[in-house]
Design a binder for this molecule. Structure first.
Ligand code: 13P
Length: 239
């Protein structure tokens, strides 16, 4: 089955990189690949205005209310976002988001017409204890057991120990985890769901990662802040 690759730029708490809005910016969509940027909420509007496919780094499940500092899926959609990250490990760690909250976010995103990218992945300790597959199974279970229509969903496998430190997972480990995730999705009839990899993706390792059979793209952090590195990652996609 052919799934369109997705390469996403997660700019985290950073300003858009230089040249992001140029005519030939690498952050613009191109044929054969979906390219999405995740700016801070402050920059969502300008990215949408400059015709980038844009997502929110987070969205709350409730539509509105007394939730200081938060934005809802509905507000993201109102402002032109088409994607949203759900359950990024930095949200799980710094904002105590748990699987139940994250499943509600995924559900709200889909109901609002946003395409959620659900982030899952184990910590270094969990991997060392041989629990990596159990962890992702648990993180996926609330979503897979729900009655949500998952036709527009992407999973991002992001091992926590490989994020933001240059320490990429080995291709065989990535393939093993993606195969396990693919099997869980297939059991429930969700063969179309893309599984992308995130964690220190850079020009030097992009080709090895993106050519793995069960990898449908990448969620790129630090290297997405450097337009030329991001372009090289895009150019590493197998044709
Ligand atoms: P890095 O590419 O900086 O490791 O970040 C990965 C990530 O968290 C993307 O969401």
């Amino acid at each position: 089955m052919k799934r369109t690759p997705l390469i996403a730029a997660n700019w985290k708490m950073n300003a858009p990189p230089p040249g992001w809005d140029a005519e030939d910016s690498p952050y613009r969509n191109r044929d054969g690949v979906d390219i999405v940027v995740f700016p801070t909420f402050l920059d969502v509007h300008t990215c949408v205005e400059h015709f980038l496919v844009t997502g929110g780094q987070y969205g709350r499940a409730e539509e509105k209310g007394a939730m200081t500092g938060d934005v809802s899926m509905q507000l993201l959609a109102n402002h032109g976002c088409t994607y949203v990250l759900c359950g990024h490990s930095e949200r799980r760690i710094h904002h105590a988001e748990h699987d139940g909250m994250i499943a509600a976010q995924v559900q709200a995103a889909i109901q609002t017409g946003l395409h959620p990218i659900l982030c899952i992945g184990e910590t270094a300790d969990e991997r060392e204890m041989g629990q990596a597959t159990d962890v992702i199974q648990k993180q996926l279970s609330a979503i897979l057991q729900s009655s949500i229509n998952l036709s527009s969903l992407t999973i991002a496998y992001e091992p926590v120990w490989a994020i933001g430190n240059g320490q990429t997972a080995q291709p065989q480990d990535i393939q093993e985890m993606h195969t396990a995730i693919r099997a869980l999705l297939s059991e429930q009839g969700h063969e179309n769901v893309r599984i992308i990899y995130g964690g220190s993706v850079k020009p030097e390792n992009a080709s090895a990662i993106l050519s793995l059979p069960d990898v449908d793209g990448a969620l790129v952090g630090a290297s997405s802040l450097d337009p030329s590195a991001f372009r090289k990652i895009l150019d590493s996609l197998p044709i």
